[in-house]
Write a protein that binds this ligand. Structure first.
Ligand SMILES: Cc1cc2nc3c(=O)[nH]c(=O)nc-3n(C[C@H](O)[C@H](O)[C@H](O)COP(=O)(O)OP(=O)(O)OC[C@H]3O[C@@H](n4cnc5c(N)ncnc54)[C@H](O)[C@@H]3O)c2cc1C
Ligand code: FES
Length: 288
């Protein structure tokens, strides 16, 4: 059991868990993830250590309430409780190089995965700008980002109660692509990096491609074991089959077969919408 040392809701649908997990804290590097099984007979889900302390043996996970498992984690786990299993660290650490000027983008809770990487890139001597685009009540890590990188840009979108969730998400995508285009139009960047919903990653990639700037994207296919055994996280990159858990999770955006990836993750979209709309009904008293 991995004891929960701290738990708090830091923004709408975003829960902070500080967990005693010495074996992860000792080895984890920016860009890596863990596979968490929180409950007996529960499913395994990938999550990203956002902060950690090797000496004290803790890690922080920030979990976006998205479906059954993440909702159960937010509702049923409290301080002092235990998480059944945490496997990892898994995946490849982010490459630490002097790339130059980097634009690191996080859409929604994707920013929590950007944080450790952007911070390490800045410490390594890069000039890092982070861009976080999300709904206004879902802002996380603003202060931490401002301290960690050269410049943190936050763009928030109001949730319009007269629109359904997909229409609200389209507003975020529009703001995201507009802001990326504005930045690339005005400034030179040597590398763009992005974490967020696959559809948004592709939209941003289409903009970045127009400017011919190298882009890396952390991919989010379904992961089960995280060790290359189950094949669930198969993606096509450069015409070859890759497993995001052992070959990634970060890949050259120019080589990713985005259509195939969107198709594979799209199986779950109706379920995600239902979960979010149910949540909005609970907190706002109704969605038109
Ligand atoms: C490498 C990696 C790191 C991640 N880090 C974080 C993080 O730090 N914080 C965070 O909130 N989320 C993170 N995610 C996403 C997180 O794993 C999913 O939100 C979570 O699995 C949803 O589970 P659910 O049961 O609540 O939702 P469900 O209703 O089961 O699914 C909702 C959606 O979540 C995604 N999903 C569901 N199960 C999995 C799975 N086993 N593997 C991958 N995606 C899945 C699918 O897109 C699905 O459509 C990460 C994903 C990956 C691949
Ligand atoms: S999660 Fe099973 S092969 Fe990657």
């Amino acid at each position: 059991m991995y004891k929960i040392l701290e738990k708090r809701e830091i923004a709408m649908r975003n829960t902070w868990f500080k967990i005693h997990a010495p074996h992860v804290a000792r080895k984890v590097q920016p860009g890596q993830f863990v596979i968490v099984r929180a409950f007996k007979n529960g499913e395994r889900i990938p999550l990203t250590p956002v902060m950690w302390d090797k000496e004290e043996g803790w890690i922080v996970l920030i979990v976006f309430t998205r479906g059954k498992t993440t909702a159960r984690m937010a509702a049923e786990l409290g301080e002092g409780d235990g998480i059944l299993n945490i496997a990892g660290p898994l995946g490849n650490p982010a490459e630490m190089e002097r790339f130059g000027k980097i634009l690191a983008i996080g859409a929604y809770t994707g920013i929590v995965e950007v944080y450790p990487i952007a911070r390490a890139w800045q410490e390594f001597g890069n000039d890092v700008t982070t861009l976080h685009v999300t709904f206004e009540p879902m802002v996380v890590l603003k202060d931490e980002m401002e301290k960690a990188v050269g410049r943190h840009i936050l763009e928030t979108v109001q949730i319009d109660p007269n629109l359904d969730f997909p229409a609200n998400m389209k507003n975020v995508t529009r703001r995201l692509t507009e802001r990326v285009r504005e930045l690339l139009e005005k400034e030179h960047f040597d590398l763009v990096f992005m974490v967020g919903p696959t559809g948004d990653q592709k939209e941003v990639f289409e903009v970045v491609r127009e400017y011919g700037i190298p882009m890396e994207a952390d991919l989010h296919p379904i992961m089960v074991d995280g060790t290359g055994m189950c094949g669930a996280c198969r993606v096509t990159v450069g015409g070859e089959v890759r497993f995001a858990c052992i070959d990634g999770p970060s890949f050259d955006a120019y080589k990713v077969d985005w259509e195939e990836l969107i198709h594979r993750v799209g199986f779950y979209v109706p379920k995600e919408r239902m979960a979010f709309e149910e949540y909005l009904r609970q907190v706002r008293g109704g969605v038109q």
